[in-house]
Ligand binder design. Structure first.
Ligand SMILES: Nc1ncnc2c1ncn2[C@@H]1O[C@H](COP(=O)(O)OP(=O)(O)OP(=O)(O)O)[C@@H](O)[C@H]1O
Ligand SMILES: [Mg+2]
Length: 582
């Protein structure tokens, strides 16, 4: 795992290497200071040598400044390296997410992806910085201080050895327990983010159903879970400080007592005792730092795993070796196609679909909710791959095309469609980056979107808010149709794209499209018979199978489902529901 992660240090290698060395530089300076201080006391004060005091004092100042400089470089470079590392991780994750197929997206929930991109990466960033700065510094400080103490007085230094051993065992035990809880905390962030994300993106629905209390409860539950976990972890950690202090003061007392005896016996100087006491703090602090690094690393392990999952997820859709880059015509052929969203699911969603569509033909698709109409058309632009049989467009298997070329020529107006924040022009140019204003206007005219756009304050320069929240459902659908038309596709698929458009406008759009793009194959999924009755052929879907194919008149005579829906819709209002009347 570490090997995989080090790849993302990338251009920040220099800072990554400089940081631990600067920290070691800082430690060395810190360790020299007690020695100099001891000398000032012994030689300067007791020897009453003022010039020695000034000399050594100045040297101490220089060493302190050098230490400060190393500290500054270490802190700056450490921050730079860790922020850069986080940047590289985020970029790698985001780039890979862009490659995901719909099946990959189904695998991760959006909220989990958001947590991984934010909290988990921040967690890694902190752990990386801590490791760079402390992983070398703390052991170096521990070893140097210990060696120095042994050089001064092996007898007194052995007190430290005993203290360090006791404290290490204690810290290892406590940190091990705490890190278990910390690990769980980050897994629970997913729940919290899911609650926030779902609530914020669907805040209107929450309000419409007066579900605020329920949502607040859900959020509080997730927040409470995290709070409790943190408390448990911190409870463990809170034992550390008193234990540390106990050991520190015991050490100081012991050293002072033993040291005083030794001074009287002339086997130790006062200056040496002072140095020893300073090293005491150094040794115990570095032990504390080491344990913190240990916690950080265990905590970040869970995050590292979650980050690598996103980076290493391979798109289930790959371009072939030598892809076809041109879709020659709009013919479509389903040959015994089967499809399931999950490899494990017992029954496929689409079963043995055989259907041949000529280029330029208009096909209506009708069927109850859940009868797999959307699943059927989503295969055409390879949003999902078939699990059995073959599907060809323009005479070639869809898998033989480069995905970009295929999607460039098969436009889909998705059932769950969105607009992006930006002007209407910007949204339309998603379909064709280089389109002129005139082309944008023409597409809007065909989709009957021009009428309402022209009444807007800045007409085509009006800003659409995120998700299209400032246009009505029907207006959004018409803009989405226009956006798809901009691509000048060979196949255009409307998945229930005029459900929110009134019947007269719907009819007008259909008429204009059949006149202006006669050579484009059109697939229209609809609930209203009136939306499909003029199509060249209509496909009736039932529970993942094709129940009947034919013209409106043929189906009225031969297809029971179609006839029943027709009767229900003509018999009552135009908007009769498909399922209710079946
Ligand atoms: N992303 C998905 N993952 C797993 N199962 C799915 C997914 N999308 C749809 N399904 C399942 O596939 C079946 C067919 O769904 P599909 O969306 O194709 O129906 P539909 O005919 O378009 O319905 P509607 O008229 O309501 O749009 C349903 O049983 C649904 O639960
Ligand atoms: Mg659908």
């Amino acid at each position: 795992m570490i090997k995989k992660l080090t790849k993302y240090i990338g251009q920040f290698k220099f800072a990554t290497i400089v940081t631990p060395f600067s920290m070691i530089g800082e430690v060395i300076c810190e360790m020299v200071i007690p020695v100099l201080m001891g000398r000032i006391v012994d030689k300067g004060i007791y020897g009453k040598d003022m010039s020695y005091i000034i000399h050594t004092g100045l040297l101490m100042l220089a060493v302190a400044l050098l230490g400060l400089m190393f500290g500054f470089i270490g802190a700056f470079m450490g921050a730079k390296a860790s922020a850069g590392f986080a940047r590289n991780l985020r970029k790698a994750m985001f780039d890979n997410i862009q490659m995901y197929s719909f099946a990959n997206i189904d695998h991760f929930s959006p909220s989990s992806l958001v947590t991984r991109l934010t909290t988990d990466v921040t967690n890694m960033q902190n752990a990386f910085m801590m490791t760079l700065r402390m992983a070398m510094r703390a052991p170096a400080s521990l070893i140097i201080a210990m060696t120095m103490s042994f050089l001064i007085s092996p007898r007194l230094a052995s007190v430290y050895l005993v203290a360090v051993t006791i404290l290490s065992v204690f810290l290892f035990f406590v940190m091990g327990r705490a890190s278990r809880y910390f690990k769980q905390v980050f897994e629970r962030y997913d729940d919290l983010n899911e609650s926030v994300q779902e609530n914020v993106s669907a805040i209107r629905v929450v309000k419409a159903y007066v579900r605020e209390d329920h949502e607040i409860n859900r959020f509080q539950k997730a927040a409470m879970n995290i709070y409790l976990m943190f408390c448990k972890a911190e409870l463990n950690i809170s034992f550390i400080s008193p234990a540390m202090m106990f050991v520190v003061y015991t050490c100081i007392l012991l050293i002072s007592w033993l040291g005083a005896h030794m001074i009287i016996q002339n086997s130790l100087t006062t200056g040496e005792l002072m140095s020893l006491l300073t090293y005491c703090m150094n040794i115990l602090m570095s032990l504390m730092m080491l344990s913190m690094v240990f916690v950080m690393i265990t905590m970040s392990q869970a995050s590292a795993k979650r980050i690598l999952e996103v980076i290493e997820e391979r798109s289930t859709l790959q371009d072939p070796e030598d892809p076809i880059r041109e879709v020659s015509d709009g013919s479509i052929c389903f040959d015994h196609v089967n499809f399931a969203y999950n490899a494990e699911s017992k029954e496929p969603v689409l079963k043995d679909i055989c259907l041949s569509i000529r280029s330029g033909e208009s096909i209506g698709i009708i069927g109850g909710t859940g009868s797999a109409k959307s699943s059927l058309v989503n295969l055409i632009s390879r949003l999902y791959d078939v699990t059995g049989g073959t599907l060809s467009v323009g005479g070639h298997d869809v898998k033989a095309y480069s995905i970009e070329a295929l999607r460039g020529k098969v436009a889909v107006v998705l059932q769950k469609n969105v607009l992006f924040s930006g002007t209407i022009y910007e949204n339309l140019r998603w379909g064709n980056r280089n389109a002129t204003d005139e082309e944008c206007r023409e597409a809007c005219r065909l989709a009957c979107a021009d009428e309402f756009i022209e009444t807007m304050p800045d007409d085509y320069n009006t800003r659409i808010e995120q998700g299209g929240s400032n246009v009505s459902g029907g207006q959004k659908q018409r803009l989405c149709i226009a956006r798809a038309l901009m691509m000048k596709p060979r196949v255009i698929i409307f998945d229930d794209s005029t459900s929110a458009v009134d019947t007269a406008t719907d009819a007008k759009i259909r008429k204009q499209l059949s006149e202006s793009i006669p050579d484009t194959t059109k697939l229209v999924i609809a609930q209203r018979i009136s939306s499909v009755e003029n199509c060249d052929r209509i496909v009736v879907m039932d529970d993942g199978r094709i129940n009947g194919v034919g013209t409106h008149e043929e189906l009225l005579k031969t297809n029971r489902i179609y006839k029943e829906v027709y009767d229900s819709q003509v018999g009552s209002s135009d908007d009769a529901d498909f399922d209710e009347k079946r």
